[in-house]
Design a protein around this ligand. Structure first.
Ligand code: VGL
Ligand code: ZN
Length: 213
């Protein structure tokens, strides 16, 4: 399926200044994907975007848990979670879609992570894995069957979105040069990028470069 097919959509995952150099949760090179994303937007048939959108004092912030540091892990009621620097505060300029992104083709924007007690990486489900964002229904009602994903971060919100999309029955292609990852240690000398790449490949997610879609 091609990206400009009526059944395809380009998904922009969390392309927000908060995840870029000078942001609160900087992803190395996060700003460098913007030109490639704009080129993809100019060529796609449809597009959606997500925004990480947290209230102050969110449960995923290390500052909410006395004695904890950013990038520590913690037991949440729904499983192990990573604690992050305060980031993506709803309504702040750094939580906006990056101002250099050409939004003309973006048909719907999904915000996630706004429940104080629940973190949210995926565009489809919050991290309890049961609370839906509504995106799946929107895509189905629009007869979309193939997602092309780009954005931040490859090993967290892009990866979780891609795996949930596969689980929901969509074909998924990750545009790898239009993504950047965080890469936290993940045991056995592996990083979260290694783990994500393995899981995504096993799930049948395809990887392409933006010049090849
Ligand atoms: C993200 C960590 C925390 C992401 C969001 O967009 O990948 N990562 N919140
Ligand atoms: Zn977040």
């Amino acid at each position: 399926m091609k990206m400009d097919s009526p059944a395809s959509i380009l998904g922009l995952i969390d392309i927000q200044p908060t995840f870029m150099p000078n942001g609160e949760l900087p992803v190395a090179g996060g700003d460098t994907i913007v030109p490639a994303v704009n080129r993809l937007l100019a060529r796609c048939g449809h597009a959606f975007a997500t925004q990480d959108w947290h209230p102050p004092g969110h449960s995923s912030f290390a500052t909410t848990h006395p004695g904890k540091q950013a990038y520590d892990t913690i037991q949440m009621p729904y499983g192990t979670g990573v604690l992050w620097p305060d980031h993506a505060i709803a309504g702040t300029p750094n939580a906006a879609i990056h101002p250099a992104i050409d939004q003309r083709r973006i048909e719907v924007i999904v915000r996630k992570g706004f429940r104080p007690e629940l973190d949210s990486y995926s565009a489809f489900f919050e991290n309890d894995r049961t609370t839906p964002t509504g995106l799946e229904g929107w895509l189905r009602q629009r007869d979309i069957s193939h997602l092309f994903l780009c954005g931040l971060a490859t090993d967290f919100c892009v990866a979780w979105s891609a795996l949930d999309a596969v689980g929901a029955g969509f074909a998924v292609t990750i545009v790898q040069d239009a993504c950047k990852g965080i890469g936290l240690p993940d045991g056995d000398g592996q990083t979260t990028l290694d783990t994500a790449r393995r899981r995504l490949t096993e799930a049948g997610v395809a990887f392409v470069n933006s010049d090849d879609v």
